[in-house]
Design a protein around this ligand. Structure first.
Ligand code: NI
Ligand code: MN
Length: 227
């Protein structure tokens, strides 16, 4: 069994057997997060989709405390190695089997500048395969037609985690279209309502997905989902 717990914004904790992963930790500076960085006591890996602060903010602290391996693009992995973290560099299109599961990075259309203006490579999405369960986290991105390819090549996807907040990423309409292209069994929205500029109606997103024959679930920080 795989359990996904939503920690707000684009941060997800994924438990699979004895293994625990974290994607895009943004906890300490996110008033809507349900936990603080210090609450995570054990962790195998932190997967980072891109260098923006609302995706990497707590990676250094959590990695150094738990010994979790940071898995990201070459530039981000090197950036965190420079801060004393354990890191494994990968890049778009590359996959690798780790003890905690299989990680494969996809494209995403966005930016990836670090908190201090560092050039942290290209933004990515990620497909995680844990046992017989498959999860797609889109990172921050606009809609792109290759999502169809991600659904075909990596699929079937059990869940697609998609940004819907508009302004910086896909909005509700484009994300509903993305959901159809990916063909995931379940779509869960993220990256909305954290800041004023990305306030959207998540129920409207869910209704659009359901209207096209899909399944969507809106989750609050602290809620879990079992696959
Ligand atoms: Ni971003
Ligand atoms: Mn973001």
């Amino acid at each position: 069994m795989v359990e996904l717990r939503f920690h707000g914004h684009s941060c997800w904790q994924i438990d699979h057997g004895e293994h625990r992963l974290l994607i895009d930790p943004f906890l300490g500076d996110n008033p809507k997060a349900d936990i603080a960085p210090g609450d995570i006591d054990r962790l195998d890996a932190i997967v980072l989709t891109h260098g923006h602060f609302d995706h990497i903010a707590d990676a250094e602290e959590i990695s150094n405390k738990t010994g979790a391996l940071i898995v990201s693009n070459f530039e981000i992995a090197t950036f965190f190695e420079g801060k004393g973290c354990k890191a494994h560099p990968m890049h778009i299109g590359g996959g690798r089997q780790f003890p905690f599961g299989h990680v494969k990075f996809t494209i995403a259309h966005h930016g990836s500048t670090g908190p201090g203006g560092e050039s942290l490579g290209n933004p990515m999405g990620v497909v995680l395969t844990l046992g017989d369960r498959r999860i797609y986290h889109a990172g921050d991105t606009g809609l792109f037609l290759d999502m169809q390819l991600i659904g075909e090549v990596s699929g079937p996807l059990d869940v697609a985690l998609l940004p819907i907040g508009d302004n910086f990423t896909m909005g509700v309409e484009d994300a509903a279209r993305a959901s159809k292209m990916l063909g995931a069994r379940l779509t869960v929205p993220m990256h909305y309502d954290t800041f004023d500029v990305i306030e959207v109606d998540a129920a409207d997103f869910a209704a659009r997905v359901e209207a096209q024959g899909g399944k969507a679930r809106v989750m609050q920080p602290g809620e879990s989902l079992q696959l």
